[in-house]
Design a protein around this ligand. Structure first.
Ligand code: GLU
Length: 320
C-alpha cells in the first residue's frame, strides 16, 4: 500500500462500522455468501466493526430455523461479527417512533388501495408498481386505510456508489409514494433498514446490487428523518443462466459448510480478488486473514450482475 493510501486507511478505520443484514427466508446461498464476505472484508480491511442484523420482519416469508442456520454457517466460514445479533422483530418501538416523527411532519398518509387496484400502474426499476397517488389527497369515501405511504416529490435523489458510480432517481416518476407500513401492520423493509442503519450508526453499507434501486428511497427517508447517509457500495449480484438473482425462488442451492475453503475461493474470485498461493490447502481462517489484508476495492467488477459458478445454480433449463 502506498503511503498516502495507508494514511487514508487509518482515517477510515476509526470511523468504519459495517453490517450484514440477511433475511431468514432460507439458508445462505452463494449470492448471500458473497454479500456477507464482501461486507466483512471491506470492514475488516479498514479495521472497522462488522455487525449482524437479522431482518426478520416478514413472518409469512420466514423459514423456521433459517436465521440460526445462517448464523452457524457464517461461523463455520469464520465470518465473525461484533456484538450481539440484532433482530428486527424486537425493534418495533424504534420503527413506530420513526413513523410518528414522519407523521408529525405530515409526510405520511393512509392508503386504501389493494395490490389488485394498482396492478395496471406502470412498473418501476425494481419491478414494483409505481403508485398513482389515488389516496394522496384523502381516502375515497367509505374506504379504510390498509397501508401507510410516504409522500415523495419530484426532486432528484442523487448518490455516489463506491463501485457503481453516480446514481440518480426521481422518486416521483420511478417509484411514487411508497409503503412504510404494510397491510396487516408489518413494517416495510425500506423503513426498518433506514432506522436500523442509523440507530446502529452504520457508516458503510456493502451489499448486493439487487438493492441499488432501493437506495434512493433509503436516502430520501434519511433526509426526512435527519439521519446521516452512510457510504454505499453495491457488489455484483450472483445470477443464474437466466440472469435471475440466486434466491429461494430460483432454487439456488444452500452452500455446503463442508466445502468452506473451496467456496471462499470461488466467492473471492467472483469479487475479483486475488487468491494466495496454495489457497486450496488453507484453512478458512487463514484464507480470510489473507483476504482481509489483500482486499482491493479497485479489483471489484463494477457490474450489477455476474454469473454464479455453475454448481451454485439450479439447472434452470429444467425449471419449467
Ligand atoms: N435483508 C435484505 C436481504 O436479505 C438485505 C438488506 C440490506 O442489506 O440492506 O436482501
Amino acid at each position: 500500500m502506498r503511503g498516502n493510501d495507508a494514511a487514508k486507511d487509518m482515517t477510515i478505520s476509526k470511523l468504519y462500522r459495517g453490517r450484514f443484514a440477511p433475511s431468514p427466508t432460507g439458508p445462505l446461498h452463494f449470492g448471500s455468501l458473497v454479500a456477507a464476505l464482501g461486507s466483512y472484508l471491506d470492514a475488516r480491511h479498514h479495521r472497522g466493526e462488522w455487525l449482524l442484523r437479522m431482518e426478520d420482519l416478514d413472518p409469512p416469508r420466514e423459514v423456521a430455523g433459517a436465521g440460526d442456520l445462517i448464523l452457524r454457517t457464517l461461523e463455520t466460514f469464520g465470518l465473525e461479527w461484533d456484538g450481539p445479533v440484532v433482530y428486527q422483530s424486537q425493534r418495533a418501538v424504534l420503527y413506530e417512533n420513526a413513523l410518528a416523527q414522519l407523521e408529525r411532519a405530515d409526510h405520511l398518509y393512509g392508503c386504501a388501495c389493494t395490490r389488485r387496484e394498482i396492478a395496471d400502474s406502470a412498473v418501476g426499476p425494481d419491478n414494483s408498481r409505481i403508485y398513482p397517488g389515488t389516496c394522496r389527497a384523502g381516502l375515497p369515501p367509505g374506504r379504510k386505510a390498509r397501508t401507510l405511504r410516504v409522500r415523495v416529490h419530484d426532486n432528484n435523489i442523487t448518490l455516489t456508489d463506491a463501485l457503481q458510480g453516480q446514481m440518480q432517481q426521481r422518486l416521483g416518476q420511478a417509484v411514487g409514494d411508497f409503503i412504510l407500513r404494510r397491510a396487516g401492520g408489518l413494517f416495510a423493509y425500506q423503513l426498518a433498514v433506514v432506522v436500523d442503519d442509523a440507530e446502529q450508526e452504520i457508516t458503510h453499507v456493502v451489499r448486493g446490487a439487487d438493492l441499488l434501486d432501493s437506495t434512493p428511497r433509503q436516502v430520501y427517508l434519511q433526509q426526512l428523518l435527519a439521519y446521516p447517509t452512510p457510504g454505499y457500495l453495491h457488489l455484483p449480484m450472483a445470477v443464474d443462466v437466466r440472469q435471475d438473482k440466486l434466491s429461494k425462488q430460483t432454487f439456488a442451492p444452500a452452500i455446503d459448510a463442508q466445502q468452506c475453503t473451496a467456496t471462499l475461493c470461488q466467492a473471492l474470485t467472483f469479487l475479483g480478488q486475488p487468491l494466495p498461493d496454495a489457497a486450496s490447502e488453507a484453512s478458512p481462517a487463514e484464507l480470510l486473514r489473507w483476504a482481509v489484508a489483500h482486499w482491493d476495492r479497485a479489483a471489484l467488477p463494477a457490474q450489477r450482475m455476474r454469473d454464479a459458478p455453475p454448481q451454485f445454480q439450479y439447472d434452470s433449463t429444467e425449471r419449467e
